[in-house]
Design a protein around this ligand. Structure first.
Ligand code: GTP
Length: 539
């Protein structure tokens, strides 16, 4: 359980705080003195222990705010990262402007905060069951011990302990039979498409509205355009105020400002090219509405269509014909869902009757290897005749070498695919990014998949850019490497704030291969453009 959550300015002024238990000493002051404004400046690991407490925090640079949690360091609370990100986003959107004008009086954030905390705590309890206790072994990372002794490593090596695996009953919860994907006539299994938000059906039926004001089902965004109906000929100046509102609406959905500009200008151009009769006659509002939707669809299609399309199953088949395993490396910052989503991808591959070897290359985070071992066990139990095994060498070893051995082992034992799990790392931590680049240069994998959280919005774009840059700068391969595809996780937590999905493809040209929508193996979906359009059009 959490002991304290505090929101501070960088100067140390408490803007809002919630205490859940009597606090011993003054952990927040210690954090401010020793880390935040101390000689070390802002630490990129954003984790600090003092007395009986572990403190974790997130910063909102635009508002000069620091969001801090404190809890007993003996606890392993898996939801802290998510809690910080969601609270940061909510708080900044509610109070950001006031904070910028230095008005932090009477901030009443309790109920919003408690809603988020309750939801995450109950999700985490459910997860503790679904994830089979393995994640409860997560402990404080040891990244910053630049020289890790073998004794220290032994402390973190759980590989000799008994596996905690699921019983039959628990396994039932790991696959939602109603969420299974489709199988084509030739037996190929594809994951489900992400459902369109329910509002979409209403919207499609709204075409007969004519001059009627926008209903709530029509969507606030489309209603902005009502002022344009009934005009003989649309002028660019008529559009300016509408576009400003549209831009704000898109940015509220986490669409980055340059992409919001791009969408607005494309929708504007499309409206300007409409014949005057379309805006002036009966059914004029429905024409405007259709034009907006169709212009958005066209623009988003362009943004979301990757430079190089990826067809993993086809590529795996080509590798199989060449008698070699296909290797995929999963990378990303800490706690974004790399291992969980690697396992969902594994489930999809097993449904396609492929033989999979999981290489446990997170050799730092205690419990990481066991977490994968449990997944491999469950996946094997869930799919008939599934071949899925784990290649592990414990902790503290060179992950590049383990991945290499795993790929060799897979080749010698006729596995079709090697899924390489890597340790989470912050994008600004150069030594760790170099280590990742080394893993890539030693193994030259077929695909490098970036796993990012949808809920951190455009922060994920910064992560992605820096991972890309590090791979380019440090891997030293003749064929420069970069991220080849993206899995956007925790899509189930963002409602309609789909902006990060757009930004990530827009900035890299790489595809969103899947989105993660929960914690079962069937919570991996294809993201369709219609889903994004509908989310952006909704209120
Ligand atoms: N709601 C939701 N939770 C998810 C999703 N994917 C992963 N998680 C949860 O996110 C938490 C972290 O997942 P992990 O797979 O352990 O993350 P990781 O990136 O491997 O973590 P590190 O190895 O510590 O860097 C777990 O509680 C997962 O159940 C998702 O799509 N939706």
């Amino acid at each position: 359980m959490l002991d304290l959550f505090t929101i501070l300015t960088r100067g140390g002024v408490v803007v809002w705080s919630k205490t859940f238990a009597p606090i011993q000493g003054n952990p927040i002051n210690n954090l401010i003195d020793q880390v935040l404004i101390g000689e070390h400046g802002y630490s990129d690991k954003q984790r600090y222990t003092t007395g009986p407490y572990e403190l974790q925090w997130a910063t909102a640079n635009d508002y000069n705010l620091v969001f801090v949690t404190a809890f007993q360091k003996v606890l392993q609370l898996t939801y802290i990262h998510e809690l910080l990100q969601i609270v940061k986003q909510k708080f900044c959107s509610l109070y950001g402007e006031r904070i910028q004008s230095h008005d932090w009086s009477a901030i009443d954030f309790d109920s919003e905060f408690l809603d988020v905390l309750d939801a995450l705590e109950s999700q985490s309890e459910k997860m503790a069951l679904l994830s089979h206790q393995s994640t409860t072994k997560k402990e404080k990372r040891v990244w910053d011990d630049s020289k890790i002794t073998s004794e220290r490593m032994k402390e973190f090596d759980y590989s000799g302990t008994a596996d905690e695996v699921s019983t039959g009953d628990q396994l039932d919860h790991l696959v939602d039979s109603t969420a299974m994907g489709q199988r084509s006539a030739d037996g190929q299994y594809s994951v489900q498409d992400l459902e369109r938000p329910s509002q979409s059906d209403d919207d499609e039926d709204d075409d007969t509205d004519g001059n009627q004001p926008a209903t709530s089902a029509t969507g606030r965004l489309v209603s902005f355009f009502q002022s344009l109906t009934g005009r003989k000929a649309l002028q660019e100046s008529d559009l300016t105020p509408v576009m400003e509102r549209m831009r704000e609406h898109l940015m509220a959905k986490n669409v980055a400002s340059d992409i919001a500009d791009h969408i607005c200008s494309s929708v504007g151009q499309s409206l300007l090219s409409m014949p005057a009769s379309a805006l002036g006659g009966t059914g004029m509002f429905s024409s405007t509405q259709k034009a907006v939707r169709s212009a958005m669809e066209t623009t988003l299609q362009r943004i979301l269509t990757p430079h190089t399309p990826v067809d993993l199953l086809r590529d795996i088949e080509s590798a199989r014909i060449s008698n070699r395993p296909y290797s995929i490396v999963f990378v990303g910052v800490n706690g974004v869902g790399k291992s969980t989503n690697l396992s969902k991808v594994c489930f999809w591959l097993l449904q396609n009757k492929l033989k999979v070897l999981i290489a446990a290359c997170d050799t730092f985070r205690s419990g990481a290897v066991e977490q994968l071992r449990v997944h491999a066990h469950n996946l094997k139990a869930l799919s008939d005749n599934a071949v899925v095994d784990i290649f592990e060498r414990g902790y503290g070893k060179d992950s590049a070498g383990i991945a290499k051995d795993a790929i060799t082992y897979a080749k010698n034992n006729q596995y079709d695919v090697v899924l390489v799990d890597t340790a989470g790392r912050m994008q600004d931590n150069e030594p760790l990014m170099r280590a990742l680049a080394k893993l890539v240069s030693v193994n030259d994998p077929d695909k490098i998949i970036f796993v990012g959280e949808a809920l951190v919005g455009n922060e994920a774009v910064d992560q992605l850019k820096k991972f890309n840059q590090a791979l380019k700068d440090f891997s030293g391969l003749a064929r420069p490497r970069h991220i080849d595809g993206i899995i956007l996780t925790k899509f189930d937590t963002i409602d309609d704030k789909v902006g990060a999905a757009l930004s990530m493809t827009y900035t890299t040209g790489q595809p969103i291969l899947f989105v993660g929508t929960g914690q079962t193996y069937t919570d991996l979906k294809n993201m369709k453009i219609s889903h994004v359009v509908q989310s952006l059009l909704s209120n």
